[in-house]
Write a protein that binds this ligand. Structure first.
Ligand SMILES: C[S@@+](CC[C@H](N)C(=O)[O-])C[C@H]1O[C@@H](n2cnc3c(N)ncnc32)[C@H](O)[C@@H]1O
Length: 222
């Protein structure tokens, strides 16, 4: 997939996303990439936690959009986030530099977005006083998971496009590595995914999705 063509597209809120013609799949919602990321991962995930020290595990680092928004939020709300993110197919610098997230989201802090991408893989890097990044280059189905995860951003390509990312074993493993009270959030609302989460032990709710999507899933380890 590293060699696969990715096209830059503008979504409804003016933010970019990438489209993979060969998969007929986007990295984000065409109804607004930044809007979706804020809704699904920050509002339905990060903002549900009470504590100030938070360990995040993301499936699919991709464009770094979720990481950048989380870094800015951590600064604003004085959180300390340790952010693990696994990515099997890192993007080239050329593609990364074509994305408009820095300018669009927070021009004064766009150096942080660059730092997220420039950070070496497979080692923790302190990006700000509030945000430590640990990018893992590899397969989310194989990689070691951090212990005591508070929050999972499950941001894989859709189950019908990449079914190998959505299976019982991964939800069981994530459940086992999460703290009690931990939250897993995803844009996906499929019944089959909800059932796998329940089977893993989570309490699962369907909640309103971002624009263009009626519902999404949030799973909690009670
Ligand atoms: C829907 S995109 C979202 C990416 C990212 N969260 C963002 O906002 O740009 C899914 C991501 O999962 C990555 N991916 C695909 N297969 C993977 C695997 N087996 N393990 C880890 N990441 C994978 C893709 O390369 C892509 O970056």
């Amino acid at each position: 997939m590293n060699q696969i063509k990715r096209e830059l597209q503008v979504t409804a809120d003016g933010s970019h996303t990438l489209f993979i013609p060969e998969m007929d799949e986007h990295y984000h919602s065409v109804n607004g990439a930044v809007q979706e990321s804020r809704h699904v991962f920050l509002e339905a995930g990060l903002h549900q936690l009470d504590q100030k020290e938070i360990t995040v595990f993301e499936v699919g680092f991709g464009t770094g959009l979720n990481a950048f928004l989380t870094l800015l939020d951590a600064e604003q709300r004085q959180l300390h986030v340790t952010y693990y993110s696994v990515e099997r197919y890192p993007l080239s610098m050329e593609v990364i530099q074509s994305l408009n997230y820095g300018e669009l989201i927070c021009a004064e802090r766009k150096a942080c977005l660059e730092a997220l991408h420039e950070a070496p893989w497979d080692t923790p890097v302190s990006i700000t006083d509030h945000f430590v990044l640990h990018k893992i280059e590899g397969d989310s189905n194989q990689c070691l998971l951090p212990k005591e995860i508070d929050l999972v951003y499950f941001d894989a390509f859709a189950p019908d496009k990449q079914p190998e990312m959505w299976h019982q074993e991964i939800f069981n493993r994530l459940y086992a590595h999460m703290r009690k009270g931990g939250v897993l959030t995803t844009y996906c609302a499929k019944g089959v995914v909800r059932r796998m989460m329940k089977e893993a032990g989570y309490s699962v709710e369907r909640i309103p999705g971002p624009p263009g999507k009626r519902e999404m899933l949030r799973a909690i380890k009670l």
